[in-house]
Design a protein around this ligand. Structure first.
Ligand code: XIL
Length: 371
């Protein structure tokens, strides 16, 4: 992550120091509240939604290394996920070898501060270490791949046993109508699928459950509001439950644009999933300034910011209505300028750790004051 502009940090450090002196003279606890404008602490989203939804974000190891940004996260969030540091390609150093340093720092900090951790992710077609699919020119056998997958999941999930609240066990196994992406009956034709077959999903859940029976296990995907994908997901949940596999919920990545998708279509998926007796998490939310994915990012005007803020508020209104079925909402990143969608897009609730217009809309929505 790149360095943050310093005026805010300077204000924070100065503000926190004077607060500390003032309050310690009275013998009170000092609450490290970052300041967004002189005199005004940034309200906490986690506090605003307390008792309704857990609020979180994808963070980086760097954010946790700095005391000012760390305090910001502690103030704003109930739950975090590592944007990259807990992916297989980041943790693995060869079969049976790992570098857990960055992930441990993140997880330990969260655990010490009562912040829950979502682990992302165990099995995905991307960010797979080379040894996993290596085969010496021969076809990779099902037995070998199952053994490697079991080894990886057992090692990683037991390493974090009791410290990670929820795992995205399998990410993006389904594909519906995506040009250029091969699928078979809705299954993405990944190496996992081609070598093991559709049972790779149940096996991954089984291995994760063996390694940490208390962890909350999720299937995570994008476009979960699409009726075809919704059917595939519902069918998966039914079949896993029927065979006694411990699936705890469905993660909705929720990478959205100004026009796509309709809030009601996501609500329908959430409700149908809940009817099968599993939870929903909103795992990677952002709202691009684009109208649709294939449209360019328009210039950032006040109207555009207002439209984006309204859209965030509409989604949160629906999340509150379904709070008992959702549980947790996480954004994919903290600051818009460092988002994976890259500038000029501004898809998140903060910019340089200061609230965007969308932040205030989401905050107001917590009490229904924008209704
Ligand atoms: C993205 C990260 O944000 C990027 O920094 C990285 O280069 C690629 O992966 N769906 C997922 C996430 O499940 O893991 C992806 O994260 C975004 C899409």
């Amino acid at each position: 992550m790149r360095a943050h502009p310093s005026p805010w940090l300077t204000a924070l450090v100065v503000g926190a120091a004077s607060l500390a002196t003032a309050r310690s003279a009275l013998g009170e606890e000092v609450e490290p509240v970052p300041r967004w404008r002189s005199g005004d602490p940034i309200p906490s989203l986690a506090k605003a939604y307390q008792g309704q939804l857990l609020i979180g974000a994808a963070v980086t190891h760097e954010m946790v290394l700095r005391s000012d940004t760390r305090r910001f996260l502690e103030h704003q969030f109930d739950v975090i996920v590592a944007e990259n540091e807990m992916k297989p390609s980041a943790l693995s150093r060869g079969e049976g070898r790992y570098d857990f340093a960055a992930a441990d720092a993140l997880v330990d900090w969260a655990n010490r501060n009562g912040i829950k951790v979502r682990g992302h992710c165990l099995v995905w077609h991307r960010e797979v270490p080379a040894w996993m699919f290596a085969s010496d020119g021969k076809p990779l056998s099902r037995d070998v791949l199952v053994r490697r997958m079991r080894g990886y999941i057992h090692d990683v999930v037991s390493h974090f046993r009791g410290r990670v609240w929820a795992w995205d066990v399998v990410n993006e196994a389904f594909v519906v109508s995506e040009p250029g992406v091969q699928s078979e009956n809705g299954w993405r034709r990944s190496t996992w699928y081609e070598v093991i077959g559709p049972s790779y999903v149940a096996l991954a859940f089984q291995f994760a459950h063996e390694a940490d029976p208390e962890a909350f296990l999720f299937y995570n995907d994008y476009e979960t509001q699409d009726p075809a994908k919704r059917s595939l997901i519902l069918e998966l949940v039914r079949s896993l439950k029927e065979s006694g596999v411990a699936i705890g919920g469905i993660g909705h990545q929720s990478h959205y644009t100004l026009d796509h998708p309709a809030v009601g279509s996501l609500e329908a998926s959430i409700q149908e999933i809940a009817r099968l007796g599993v939870m929903n998490h909103i795992t990677e939310m952002d709202i691009s300034l684009r109208e649709r994915w294939n449209a360019p990012v328009p210039p950032l005007t006040d109207e555009l910011r207002a439209a984006q803020a309204r859209r965030w508020a509409e989604f949160f209104r629906m999340f509150r209505r379904n709070a008992d079925k959702i549980g947790a909402v996480l954004t994919w990143g903290v600051n818009g300028e460092s988002s994976w969608l890259r500038p000029p897009d501004e898809p998140l609730l903060f910019s340089a750790f200061r609230p965007t217009r969308a932040f205030w809309a989401v905050l107001d929505e917590a009490t229904g004051t924008s209704e």
